[in-house]
Design a protein around this ligand. Structure first.
Ligand SMILES: [Zn+2]
Length: 141
C-alpha cells in the first residue's frame, strides 16, 4: 500500500465517520422533535384536564391543581400590573410636545405682557416705569 492509498483510505474513513455522524444527528433531531411533540401533547392534556376538572379535582391531583389555580391568579395579577404600567408609560411618552405655533406664541407673548406701549411717544414694550425713548412716565406701570 502506497502513501496515496493510505491517504485515500483515511479520507474514506473520515467520510464514513461524517456520514455516520449525520445519521446520528438525524436520529437525534427526530428524538428531539418527538420529545417536543410529546411534551406539547402532555401540556394540552394537562390543560384540558385542568379546565375540565378545576372545580372537582381528583384527590390524587388536588394539591397540584390548587398550586396551578394560585399560579394562574398570580399570573393574572402580573398581567394586570403589566397593563397598568404599559398604560402609564404610554401616557407619559405620548404627552404631546408643544407645537411650534405654541412655542412661538409663548415666546412672543411674554415680552408684550412684561411692558406697555408708551402713551407719549408710542414706543412699544416698555418694561420700566419710565419710557426708555422719551423718559416720560408710562401709564399702568
Ligand atoms: Zn415714550
Amino acid at each position: 500500500m502506497g502513501l496515496l492509498d493510505n491517504v485515500k483510505a483515511a479520507a474514506a474513513g473520515v467520510t464514513q465517520k461524517v456520514s455516520g455522524n449525520v445519521d446520528l444527528m438525524g436520529i437525534n433531531s427526530q428524538i428531539n422533535a418527538a420529545e417536543k411533540e410529546i411534551n406539547e401533547l402532555f401540556l394540552k392534556l394537562g390543560a384540558a384536564y385542568f379546565e375540565a376538572h378545576k372545580n372537582d379535582p381528583d384527590d390524587a391531583l388536588k394539591d397540584q391543581m390548587a398550586v396551578l389555580v394560585e399560579k394562574e391568579k398570580a399570573l393574572a395579577d402580573l398581567r394586570n400590573a403589566a397593563q397598568t404600567k404599559k398604560a402609564e408609560t404610554a401616557a407619559v411618552s405620548f404627552a404631546p410636545p408643544p407645537t411650534p405655533a405654541q412655542s412661538v406664541g409663548q415666546s412672543g407673548a411674554a415680552p408684550a405682557a412684561a411692558g406697555v406701549t408708551c402713551p407719549h411717544c408710542g414706543a412699544p414694550n416698555q418694561p420700566g416705569k419710565f419710557c426708555a425713548r422719551c423718559g416720560k412716565a408710562v401709564a399702568g406701570a
